[in-house]
Design a protein around this ligand. Structure first.
Ligand SMILES: Cc1cc2nc3c(=O)[nH]c(=O)nc-3n(C[C@H](O)[C@H](O)[C@H](O)COP(=O)(O)OP(=O)(O)OC[C@H]3O[C@@H](n4cnc5c(N)ncnc54)[C@H](O)[C@@H]3O)c2cc1C
Length: 404
């Protein structure tokens, strides 16, 4: 295929689309527009980058030379402000028009800032960009009192990083054990309990307001939790998808940019990938996925659509999270499971939980056992029948189960 493709957004989905297009033989003009200095990866922002052990250059999605080698024109430090599909162009912030036969929206999202009174204080942080992480790191001096609101993925990881940097961390969430839907109640409860075992104070509470005071920022909570004063606050309460460009161009938007299973929006010249894309399959709108690997898979599918090649085979959804030195991975859809089978115990260095239905694995989650999750993914994708007793036996190599 030839022609001119403009990709809007240089996150993992945008850069992944460019890489997949070239790998698939796309020979036309390829332009990647990104608001940042250069495309970088986001998962380290709550981990090594926040801890200060990896600089921005070390989390670049591709080395600088890659763009030349792959003939990807990188237009950075600017934004696309309008799509002009009818004119075959996109408009940049300075009014320049970039010709585009096809546009791929890979615009990601912003950290959510719920309308909590006082949340506009300079002491209240969010974590989505490298600038956010730089600002937050400056506040994470030893002894600093940090309140983290939201104990899902980003809040929990940032709390773990902050306590290692010597901060006094309080982590609040209205939910007793976040991630229960993905990990099951036992593993989610154990994982949340890890915070306390590593010196993070946890509380089941919802913040109602913040007030700046000379000695810090006071957080008030819903009934039952007394107010407390902190030096800094991190809101880790989710993201808001960037759908403005799509909406203004008249594309279908419904809590995400609606795409078909080939990532095509309601305009056949415009595709969308990554965090803001929401797939409609068989007439059903699926929830958006906000995970790194899902963005990569969107990118591969979008490239296949543009190239007219078969899409990659679907695979069970997967994500990881790292906290307090433990590596957690989960695959599949645990709520679909009729029963769960544990492998190893919470006292072991590595352990896993498998969700089963009708003699097949439908989900798995593991702590420090990526091999088990990799095997589970194959069991799910290939629909291999399994024996629950062998699955539960830590002496059986999970890969052996693939033989049925
Ligand atoms: C702190 C943090 C930790 C995470 N940790 C994990 C993890 O451990 N495991 C996991 O599975 N997932 C994790 N994630 C989620 C994962 O990083 C995201 O799902 C992934 O980054 C989504 O990629 P994306 O390309 O869709 O969007 P983004 O990474 O948000 O990239 C979008 C890009 O588009 C640019 N842009 C937006 N609008 C415009 C415009 N109009 N013009 C030009 N450029 C524009 C933005 O500047 C941005 O660079 C984490 C996310 C964060 C923020």
């Amino acid at each position: 295929m030839t022609g001119r493709v403009v990709i809007v957004g240089g996150g993992v989905a945008g850069v992944g689309t460019a890489a997949s297009l070239r790998a698939g033989g796309f020979d036309g003009d390829l332009t990647l527009v990104d608001a940042g200095e250069f495309p970088y990866d986001r998962p380290p922002l709550s981990k090594e980058f926040l801890a200060g052990s990896k600089a921005l250059e070390r989390i670049a999605l591709q080395p600088p030379q890659w763009y030349d080698d792959q003939r990807v024109r990188l237009v950075n430090r600017t934004t696309v402000t309008a799509l002009r599909p009818g004119e075959g162009a996109v408009e940049l912030a300075d009014g320049t028009l970039l010709p585009a036969d096809r546009v791929v929206l890979a615009t990601g999202g912003s950290a959510a800032r719920p309308p909590i009174p006082g949340a506009d204080s300079a002491r209240v942080h969010v974590l989505r960009t490298a600038d956010d992480a730089d600002r937050l790191r400056k506040a994470l001096v030893p002894g600093a009192r940090l309140l983290v609101v939201g104990a899902g993925l980003i809040g929990a990881e940032a709390a773990s990083t902050a306590v290692r940097l010597g901060c006094e961390v309080v982590l609040v969430d209205p939910v007793a054990a976040p991630l229960t839907a993905a990990l099951g109640p036992e593993l989610a409860g154990w994982l949340h309990g890890l915070h306390t075992r590593h010196g993070v104070e946890t509380a089941q509470a919802a913040v109602e307001s913040f007030t700046d005071r000379p000695d810090g920022i006071e957080a008030r909570f819903a009934a039952g939790t007394p107010p407390r004063v902190f030096d800094a606050v991190l809101l880790g309460v989710g993201m808001v998808a960037h759908t403005e460009l799509a909406r203004a161009a008249g594309l279908e938007v419904d809590r995400g940019i609606v795409v078909d299973p080939g990532q095509v929006t309601s305009n056949p010249h415009v595709l969308a990938v990554g965090d803001p894309a929401r797939t409609r399959a068989d007439g059903v709108l699926l929830p958006r996925t906000e995970h790194w690997e899902a963005a990569q898979h969107d990118a591969a599918r979008a490239a296949a659509t543009l190239l007219g090649t078969p899409p990659p085979a679907p695979t069970a959804p997967w994500f990881w999270t790292d906290r307090h030195g433990r590596h957690v991975e989960a695959v599949g859809h645990l709520p679909e499971a009729a029963e769960t089978v544990g492998r190893g115990s919470f006292d072991d260095r590595a352990f896993s939980v498998f969700g089963l239905r009708d003699g097949h694995v439908v989900a798995a989650a593991a702590v420090d056992d990526p091999q088990a999750v990799r095997a589970a993914r194959r069991l799910i994708d290939r629909r291999v029948p399994v024996d629950a007793a062998r699955l539960a036996d830590p002496s059986v190599n999970p890969r052996a189960l693939l033989r049925g």
